[in-house]
Design a protein around this ligand. Structure first.
Ligand code: HEC
Ligand code: HEC
Length: 417
């Protein structure tokens, strides 16, 4: 079950909407502020990286660099040579993930990140919790102290200022004279009075909520794909797309994890699965021969769940939304798919769903194109808990596979009927 908006965000958005004007007309002042923060390169240790550096709208709110996607698919942080070990998932539709929980049957659901660890318990929304992470993550924007983010936001010249949204006192902090140097230094700590620290901590949380408000806005969660228009009867899917849609719901079993029913389906049920995706040989983290990504199991282990619980979740990754999965700035632009970016084509990943359990195991760590050429698949990155019930041998023809890919291409926002 997913709630469309957290009630807090929704209430604030409604309040703000009453005062919204022209300009970025669809955005409320808080959303506009969140947008400024989302695209601001100053908010990183070397003033060279913003959220959009890894979540570009033109690439469906995921990695905007074709060369990076074609290889390791993991992005370098603000500090040269520091990489994350997962592919950036879409920042769009992430606000609609429910707070991380176990449903009545014990299934883990929701949260943000591939492993669900931005649970949403802190700020009431997983995307708001998530948004607090990258600024301080040493392999991302790498600022040394949350107060640095608050300082930079409070001293910005955004069209909508932080105080405009959060009140005149929101930036009332006596900043130390050397703050700019401190914030450009790894390990730096901003020295603040206890009161100022409290104000700064509150502002930092509100920056998370502000970013989540933008991510929750109709500019990001646009629901403006051909698929949406077809659902509303305002356009028609082509014969091939329609066939792909039928296969997606039927023989392909895709809808079991990427649901398509209801008015504005998200194409994810926010559960976790190990599909047995091979290790990405280009992923710098994958260079260590014994590196595996434990996914949900790793998060649960760190969070103190008993071994019997986390072992069953080892290697499972969150089902991503398929909205914008094909959205790219130009036809030749490469996108990467899966948590480690192993797949470089939708045709490749659909073929994998169809034939994973039919082909022989490749003799080495083959890339997607090598595996396709040699008609084999490398072994799964994580061999435990591979889902063998819902994929692996679907009995689809190559026309069926192509039709499913055609359907996936109808999920890009910005369609004009
Ligand atoms: C250096 C690249 C990088 C930067 C900068 C970055 N992200 Fe991410 N983002 C990632 C990666 C990688 C993940 C997945 C990490 C994981 O699952 O452990 C992620 C995950 C997310 C998610 C979770 C989506 C989901 O469905 O679970 C959201 C939302 C998000 N980022 C928003 C942001 C925001 C907001 C910012 C700026 C404050 C930001 N990101 C900055 C790389 C980046
Ligand atoms: C058992 C649940 C399940 C089923 C069934 C399923 N998927 Fe997925 N899908 C997932 C999970 C989980 C991931 C992420 C796996 C990972 O990264 O390790 C994923 C990832 C994807 C991706 C990559 C998206 C991205 O942004 O990286 C595509 C495309 C996709 N699925 C399409 C499909 C299609 C098409 C079908 C039907 C042929 C299908 N899925 C069936 C669970 C499922």
């Amino acid at each position: 079950m997913s709630t469309r908006h957290s009630s807090l965000l929704c209430g604030l958005a409604l309040l703000a909407a009453a005062g919204s004007t022209m300009g970025d007309s669809l955005l409320t002042p808080m959303e506009q502020l969140g947008k400024s923060i989302f695209f601001d390169d100053r908010l990183s240790i070397n003033s060279n990286q913003s959220c959009s550096s890894c979540h570009g709208p033109e690439a469906g709110w995921t990695g905007p660099d074709s060369n990076v996607n074609a290889g390791g698919a993991v992005y370098e942080g603000s500090i040269t040579g520091r990489f994350g070990d997962r592919k950036p998932p879409s920042a769009a539709y992430a606000t609609l993930s429910p707070i991380f929980h176990q449903d009545r049957s014990g299934l883990f659901v929701g949260g943000n990140f591939w492993d669900g660890r931005a649970t949403g318990e802190r700020l009431g929304n997983p995307a708001a919790d998530q948004a607090l992470g990258p600024f301080l993550n040493p392999v991302e924007q790498a600022l040394p102290d949350p107060a640095c983010v608050v300082f930079l936001v409070c001293t910005s010249s955004y069209p909508v200022l932080f105080e405009d949204v959060w009140g005149a006192a929101a930036c009332g902090i006596a900043w130390p004279a050397d703050i700019e140097t401190t914030c450009a230094t790894a390990g730096g700590t901003v020295v603040l009075s206890a009161d100022d620290r409290t104000t700064s901590d509150l502002a930092y949380d509100n920056i998370g909520l502000t970013l989540a408000a933008y991510e929750d806005s109709p500019e990001v969660n646009a629901f403006s794909s051909k698929f949406d228009y077809a659902k509303n009867g305002m356009t028609k899917l082509s014969k091939q797309e329609q066939r792909g849609f039928s296969l997606f719901k039927g023989k392909g079993k895709c809808r079991l994890c990427h649901p398509v029913s209801g008015k504005e389906p998200l194409l994810t049920d926010f559960t976790f699965d190990n599909l047995g995706i091979p290790q990405n040989p280009g992923n710098p983290a994958g260079v260590a021969p014994d590196f595996v990504d434990p996914g949900l199991g790793g998060f649960l282990k760190n969070a103190g769940y008993p071994q019997a619980v986390y072992e069953e979740e080892w290697g499972k990754q969150k089902v991503p939304t398929l909205r914008n999965v094909d959205l790219r700035p130009a036809p030749g632009f490469v996108k990467a798919f899966g948590h480690n970016g192993y797949f470089k084509s939708l045709a490749g990943i659909v073929h994998f769903y169809n034939t994973r359990d039919l082909k022989s195991v490749c003799p080495g760590p083959y890339t997607e194109s090598q595996a396709l050429a040699a008609d084999c698949w490398p072994p799964p990155e994580v061999k435990e808990n591979v889902n063998r019930e819902e994929l692996g041998d679907l009995g689809l023809t190559s026309e069926d596979e192509a039709a499913i890919v055609a359907f996936l291409k109808t999920l890009s926002d910005g369609f004009t009927p």
